[in-house]
Write a protein of this length. Structure first.
Length: 404
């Protein structure tokens, strides 16, 4: 197999050639267009396109000094080992003699024999240099060529906006290793490598920077601070996951909209309005009226025993960018009563965290009520509200619910 450069390179195992102006030695083939090689100077494994390989030049084939490539501390340790086994190099290494040398230097007898074998096989002090670990906790046990191909497939197919699942990436890995002499890593190995990736970087590349920021970036306090009750009130709408029925006919009607106002300082609900019509200026005004007025009459009309000591004009109203919050009615009413209107940045719900969290909690508890919408099993279209007709439901009157 030859590349397409001016001078051909024989693409066989053991061939030395140039890749990115560095000498490499070919180890194995991945496919017809890719091979795995090893940098001669560092021993690092690299996946290389065949078209980027070039023959060696005379200047590039300068001999590599093995002694100079060994770190100083590793070379000193190798010299220490050579001094320990020196008495055994020119005599028969009997068990008694090996035991004597091992005891005098505090080294195991099997270690002494292992050093002897390595030195006799290599013939130089470099043979006693510790080899780089190829396994252990946090270290890959795969062959360098296999690990290099695995990392290339992961970087090519996983951190992309396609957001491929791990199973789909494993299919790409199977295609890459098909027909290759290299051993295919398992699906478990692939998932272990994916779990080692930086989660925030991975999320940003797969789902976008905004999704990564919402999931991993710390939520910092905004400039909106409330130091006393009614300094800032947040208001928002929510469509509840429940279907109400007619009190007499028990016929299903529709889902109600909740408009709710909460005090940022005390986290108290200061007012709300529940209606069938979609949110608008009227529902917003009724919710604010309920928030501002005293609640004693409202509680007594509904036979509710207790206190709701939340009433009065708020200093500021914090809103999202819905069109009803930018309407003329709300602006003129706020000017008349001296209420400041504050708006969140567009598409930043975390700036209204108090009311958003409250709405999420309300929706969670609504699921327990009769007539609540449930997500059907797979294959069943739409949503259902079991027992909406037969079960006792909350009564409805004048924009607020009553208990039966």
């Amino acid at each position: 197999m030859l590349n397409t450069s001016v001078e051909p390179v024989n693409i066989v195992q053991g061939t030395r050639c140039l890749y990115q102006e560095k000498i490499v030695r070919i180890q194995s083939h991945v496919d017809f267009q890719t091979v795995v090689g090893e940098y001669e100077a560092t021993g690092a494994t690299v996946v290389m396109p065949v078209k980027d390989l070039y023959p060696l030049t005379a200047s590039a084939e300068a001999p590599h000094d093995v002694f100079l490539s060994v770190p100083a501390d590793a070379y000193a340790e190798a010299q220490r080992r050579l001094e320990i086994i020196q008495p055994l190099l020119h005599v028969v290494a009997s068990a008694a003699l090996v035991a004597q040398v091992a005891e005098s230097h505090g080294v195991g007898r099997s270690t002494i024999r292992r050093w002897l074998g390595r030195y006799k096989k290599g013939g130089t002090v470099v043979a006693l240099v510790n080899k780089e670990r190829t396994g252990g906790r946090g270290v890959s046990r795969l062959a360098p060529a296999v690990e290099a191909v695995l990392q290339q497939v992961i970087l090519t197919h996983y951190p992309t906006l396609q957001a491929k699942a791990a199973a789909h990436v494993f299919e790409e890995l199977q295609r890459k290793f098909h027909g290759s002499p290299l051993r295919l890593p398992s699906d478990k190995t692939l998932r272990a490598r994916l779990n080692q990736m930086d989660l925030q970087t991975q999320e940003a590349k797969r789902f976008g920077a905004r999704a990564a920021k919402e999931r991993f970036a710390p939520t910092r306090p905004t400039t909106l601070q409330a130091n006393y009750p009614l300094a800032v009130v947040q208001l928002d709408h929510a469509l509840l996951n429940i279907v109400l029925v007619h009190e007499e006919t028990r016929q299903q009607m529709c889902r109600p909209w909740l408009t709710i106002a909460t005090d940022v300082y005390s986290r108290m609900v200061v007012g709300f309005y529940l209606a069938f019509e979609e949110p608008g200026a009227g529902g917003t005004g009724l919710c604010l009226a309920h928030a501002i007025l005293p609640k004693e009459t409202w509680l007594s009309e509904r036979d509710v025993i207790g206190e709701w000591p939340c009433w009065g004009l708020m200093e500021a109203l914090h809103l999202d960018n819905a069109k009803e919050f930018h309407g003329t009615m709300l602006q003129r009413a706020s000017e008349h009563y001296g209420i400041k209107l504050l708006y969140r940045p567009p598409r930043r719900p975390e700036y209204g965290g108090n009311v958003e969290r409250l709405i999420k909690t309300i929706k969670f508890h609504v699921r327990r009520l009769p007539g609540a919408l449930v997500i059907p099993p797979a294959g069943v279209a739409g949503r259902s509200c079991p027992n909406a007709r037969s079960s006792p439901c909350p009564r409805w009157s004048n924009g607020w619910p009553h208990t039966s």
